[in-house]
Design a protein around this ligand. Structure first.
Ligand SMILES: [Cu+2]
Length: 224
C-alpha cells in the first residue's frame, strides 16, 4: 500500500513540477496572461483521472483494513475498562464467558459493575489498575469500555491505539511477539490526573502467564 501510494503520488508530483517548470521557462515574461472561462471538458477529464487514481489508492486499503480488523480464531479475550484515572482488566475465567454487567452496579469494590445474579460472572477475574500479563505469541483481543469519559488505550510497541467510549464497546487485537514490560498510557486528555493513567503490561511465556492468572482471585473468591 505504502509503495503503491508513494509511486502514484511520486509520479504525479514529478509530472506536475516538470510541467510547471516548463511553463515558467517557456512563457517567462514573453506572453501576456489570458483570462480563460470554464472549460467543462478539461475539468471533467481531470476530475475523472483524479477520482480514478484516488480510488486505485483507496480500494486496496479497504481490503488491507478488513484483514487488520479480522479477529483471529485462537484469541485470548480481555476486557479493558477505562475510568478516571486507571485501566482495569477482566478475564472471563474458566467458563470463557464474561458475566453480565450493569453500570448501576458499579461500586468501588465492583469496578466493572458485574451482576452477582449472573453465575457466569463468578469466575471472572478482575484486575484493578493493572498490571496486565499477556502470554507471548498469543493473539489477544481487547474489548474496551469506559466508565466515565473518553479514554484512549495506547501501547506504541503493540501498534494499539484505540478509544474507550462510554456507552459502547470498541475492539482491537494484536499479537505480542517479544517478552518484556510495556506501558499502556491514556492518549485522550481525560481530566486532571490524565497523566497518571498508565498501566504496566508484562509479556511473558505461557507458563508464567498461567501461573499469574491462576494466582488471582475470582470475583466469587474476592467477595468471601
Ligand atoms: Cu484517560
Amino acid at each position: 500500500m505504502m509503495t503503491m501510494t508513494t509511486v502514484i503520488t511520486g509520479i504525479a508530483f514529478v509530472a506536475v513540477h516538470l510541467v510547471l517548470a516548463y511553463f515558467v521557462f517557456r512563457y517567462s515574461g514573453r506572453q501576456k496572461a489570458e483570462h480563460v472561462e470554464d472549460n467543462p471538458r478539461l475539468e471533467r477529464t481531470l476530475l475523472l483521472i483524479t477520482s480514478l487514481l484516488i480510488a486505485i489508492m483507496l480500494v486496496p486499503g479497504l481490503f488491507a483494513y478488513s484483514q487488520v480488523i479480522a479477529k483471529p480464531s485462537d484469541r485470548l479475550v480481555v476486557e479493558v475498562l477505562g475510568e478516571q484515572w486507571r485501566w482495569n482488566y477482566r478475564f472471563p475465567g474458566e467458563d470463557g464467558i464474561f458475566g453480565r454487567t450493569d453500570v448501576r452496579l458499579i461500586t468501588s469494590d465492583n469496578v466493572f459493575g458485574i451482576d452477582p445474579a449472573d453465575p457466569t460472572g463468578a469466575d471472572d477475574i478482575v484486575i484493578v489498575g493493572g498490571p496486565l500479563y499477556l502470554p507471548v505469541n498469543q493473539p489477544v483481543l481487547l474489548q474496551f469500555r469506559s466508565k466515565d469519559v473518553l479514554h484512549n488505550f495506547w501501547v506504541p510497541e503493540f501498534r494499539v491505539k484505540i478509544d474507550a467510549v462510554p456507552g459502547t464497546v470498541t475492539e482491537s487485537w494484536f499479537t505480542p511477539t517479544r517478552e518484556g514490560t510495556y506501558q499502556a498510557a491514556c492518549a485522550e486528555y481525560c481530566g486532571v490526573a490524565h497523566y497518571v493513567m498508565t498501566s504496566e503490561i508484562h509479556v511473558v511465556d505461557a507458563a508464567e502467564f498461567e501461573q499469574w492468572l491462576a494466582a488471582l482471585p475470582t470475583v466469587a473468591q474476592a467477595q468471601e
